[in-house]
Design a protein around this ligand. Structure first.
Ligand SMILES: [Zn+2]
Length: 99
């Protein structure tokens, strides 16, 4: 047995055993603000749907379930859970820093 060294993306926490692979990933990572992707944008809003009855716990009236991510700038789904619609932008002109 021996100890191994890993490299971690500074934006999404993904691990790599190879430093240059990690660097390549970081350059393209959707969480890297440099790439102006939906995930790191202030206009990206998580949406929830109200589920009337919680099927897993008796007694609970309703709960909110994650439903997707919506772009408030261009008024369209970034990701929609039920339809699996995906519109992930990279180098988006409307991108805004979370700052
Ligand atoms: Zn990453």
């Amino acid at each position: 047995m021996r100890e191994v060294r890993k490299w971690r993306c500074g934006f999404c926490k993904k691990d790599y055993y190879n430093k240059s692979y990690c660097k390549n990933h970081e350059d393209k990572c959707y969480h890297n603000p440099k790439n102006k992707a939906c995930i790191s944008c202030a206009y990206n809003e998580k949406t929830y749907i109200e589920v009337p009855e919680n099927p897993y716990y008796a007694g609970a009236i309703s709960y909110k379930e994650f439903d997707g991510q919506y772009c408030a700038k261009y008024q369209r789904w970034v990701y929609k859970m039920d339809t699996k619609e995906r519109n992930l932008e990279i180098d988006c002109k409307g991108w805004k820093d979370l700052g």
